[in-house]
Design a protein. Structure first.
Lengths: 565, 106
């Protein structure tokens, strides 16, 4: 078992999808098919829920009936537990798609008198599997057997037999176990399950609980070894698989408009690349959210879906504010093309928040995601963690070919570039909004700091928020630098005066030219007339001479005739 | 199921899975114990889970063989091939007076 066959094994190992968001991604397809998987964790980490979802998803999504052998909870309790997640387990049981067998072991009731085996368990499990034609089996938690039987030798032999039997049955099984003090499980169940072991945990950090999942081992398959945050909410179990991504996502040549034509012009005339990440940084009040509004409006007009995460303003506030600059975002919300999500990041903790985001993205499948502002993540005390989380988020957005539009609030003055520098390397396009203060005015300037893969303008544009939305103006570049606002207007008036004068000069020159041309034409006419009269004189003289010749000929002829007579 | 004996004061149900050596041994051992201690006052029912697998759920049967004391109540459960007679007697609560005096302390 050296390097060579590793790839083949990985491809050939059949897997069974759990249908749980994220888990199938980090396991490269799910749990090993026809083999047992051990899920361990301390009480309350979500073992039972994960197992139940595995079964329920099997029925709903993959047409695979299942058996749940419950050692801790009764059928009624299980039905209640998943009902809160919107699953009708009762109906699945009635339809014979899921079989729940509650196994109750009361230690004090049992007297051991001689040798025995666990055939009763086998018979019940077999009966359950055959009743519904189960492909998936859950034993939750098998360790309860250790409290029920004192003879460890028999029990361990029987457990070994059980796992062999499950494999022979070809069912994909989940066995859950309580986390032990030393080992993965209290009673060392891991020694029987060699194919796949997943560990669940939850920890407190800064008064925020984070649930984490780790694949301890997965024989014959490539898997992630790091811990993944996961979430249990109204929709059940969800794992955040972000670190499993590599930098090999497809890139798009398609260009999308920023919603502001003048800004598109600055970006090679066509706007952003689809699927790229765009950062807009600036001090407060420079118009970042207005640009987000334009971007969202533009995307919705193209028929795309937009997820707008707002960490500073409520959706209603944004809609109202955008209305004042001529944008009706409310109608896109009604059409469900624009989905607002406003929440404080610190409410859940970073990881849980990002897991929630991951789910939101999976649910709405947006073409564009706007995060306004990303500083919400960076406010966390643990800066390194915050940064890696943000990197994971951006990576995830890119990998899903979603265009990311982020704003970043920077402090005033020189720090403007440095605060964002940590994340700017992840961004394909970086637009900077800044204040330009001159002559008692504060004006806004926008320029493209970088934009990968396209020709872009190197000029600062004046950025104006009007009742018809954001407009960009060419700024005046004079001897004193960039002029904006009234300075620009004044300079423009001076320019206008200058050009008026020039125009006058041009006009007068043109008139003179015309005059000269006319004079020339008059002279030409005069010469022509003179030439004409001279020509007539010559022609008259010519006629006269011809006539004289004719008379002379007549005279000569007459003389000859008279002589001959 | 099959009936053994005539009276109903002791009703004992033995769960087995097919004709395994342990099951056969359990039945033989049970029969001996009953004949010795409960003669004429017991009935044995045998449930073969291979034939009726759904019956295992009611009495929560995991181990085979399992003996259930149906009567007299309360219900008692003994697992194993019943080769350890003392333990069977303890489990079934037979001759408790005699046992108590043997052990000395209760």
């Amino acid at each position: 078992m050296k390097d060579k066959p590793a790839d083949e094994v990985r491809i050939n190992l059949p897997k069974v999808a759990t249908g749980i968001k994220g888990l199938d991604e980090i396991t490269n397809g799910g749990l090993p098919q026809g083999r047992p998987t051990l899920i361990t964790g301390s009480a309350g980490t979500g073992k039972t829920l994960l197992s139940l979802e595995f079964l329920v998803n099997g029925v709903i999504e993959y047409d695979e009936p299942g058996v749940f052998m419950a050692f801790e909870e009764t059928e009624e309790e299980l039905i209640q537990n998943v009902a809160s997640l919107g699953f009708d387990l009762q109906k699945m049981i009635e339809d014979k798609r899921i079989f729940v067998d509650y196994v109750h072991i009361e230690r004090s009731e049992i007297e051991e008198a001689g040798e025995y085996n666990l055939d009763g368990l086998f018979v019940r499990l077999n009966n359950a599997i055959e009743t519904v034609g189960a492909k998936r089996v859950v034993l939750d938690t098998l360790e309860a057997l250790f409290t029920g039987f004192t003879d460890q030798t028999i029990l361990r032999a029987e457990l070994r037999r059980l796992f062999r039997w499950l494999k022979a049955k070809g069912v994909s099984a989940i066995i859950t176990g309580e986390k032990g003090e030393i080992g993965l499980t209290r009673h060392g169940l891991e020694e029987y399950v060699s194919d796949c072991v997943i560990s669940l945990s939850h920890e407190e950090q800064d008064r925020v609980y984070t649930r984490r999942l780790r694949i301890v081992k997965y024989r014959g398959t490539k898997h992630e070894t790091s811990e993944f945050p996961f979430l249990i909410d109204d929709d059940g179990f969800a794992v955040m698989p972000i670190t499993s991504l590599a930098l090999d996502h497809d890139v798009s040549e398609e260009r999308i408009s920023s919603g502001v034509p003048e800004m598109d012009a600055m970006l090679g005339g066509k706007g952003f690349f689809r699927g790229s990440s765009i950062l807009i940084s600036g001090t407060s009040g420079t118009g970042k959210t207005s640009l987000c509004g334009h971007m969202a409006d533009g995307a919705c007009k193209r028929g795309e879906k937009v997820l707008y995460l707002s960490f500073e303003e409520s959706s209603r506030q944004i809609i109202r504010n955008m209305k004042s600059i001529g944008m009706n975002l409310g109608k896109w919300v009604e059409k469900k093309q624009l989905i607002f999500h406003s929440a404080r990041v610190s409410l859940f903790g970073l990881e849980a928040h990002l897991t929630a985001l991951h789910k939101l993205m999976g649910k709405h499948e947006p073409d564009l995601i706007i995060i306004d502002p990303i500083n919400a993540y960076l406010s966390n005390d643990d800066e390194i963690e915050a940064k890696t989380m943000l990197i994971r988020l951006i990576d995830f957005i890119k990998a899903n070919k979603i265009t990311g539009y982020f704003t970043s609030l920077t402090g005033s003055s020189e720090a403007e570039a440095s605060t964002s520098v940590n994340i700017s390397s992840l961004m394909d396009t970086w637009l900077l909004l800044r204040d330009i203060e001159t002559r008692g005015e504060r004006n806004r300037g926008l320029y493209v700091l970088k934009s990968r893969g396209m020709a872009n303008s190197n000029q600062i544009r004046e950025f104006m928020i009007t009742s018809k939305g954001v407009k960009l103006k060419d700024v005046y570049l004079g001897r004193e630098g960039v002029l904006t606002g009234s300075s620009r207007l004044m300079q423009e008036m001076i320019d206008q005066e200058d050009s008026r004068k020039l125009q006058e000069k041009i006009n007068s020159l043109e008139e003179e030219l015309e005059r000269k041309e006319k004079a020339m034409e008059a002279q030409v006419e005069l010469i022509r007339l003179q030439a004409k009269s001279e020509k007539i004189d010559i022609m008259n003289e010519l006629d006269q001479l011809k006539r004289e010749i004719l008379q002379k000929e007549v005279f000569t002829k007459r003389n000859l005739e008279s002589r001959s007579k | 199921m099959q009936d053994e004996g005539s009276n109903d004061n002791w009703i004992l149900r033995l769960y087995v899975a097919g004709q395994s050596p342990k099951s056969i041994a359990a039945f033989k051992n049970l029969k001996n114990i009953c004949e010795t201690h409960l003669k004429g006052d017991y009935r044995i029912e045998i449930v073969d889970l291979l034939k009726n697998p759904q019956l295992g759920k009611g009495d929560q049967i995991l181990a085979i063989p399992t003996l259930i004391r149906q009567l007299p109540s309360p219900m008692k459960k003994i697992i194993g091939d019943l080769s350890n007679e003392d333990r069977v007697l303890v489990g079934l609560d037979i001759q408790s007076e005699k046992r108590e005096s043997n052990e000395g302390i209760k």
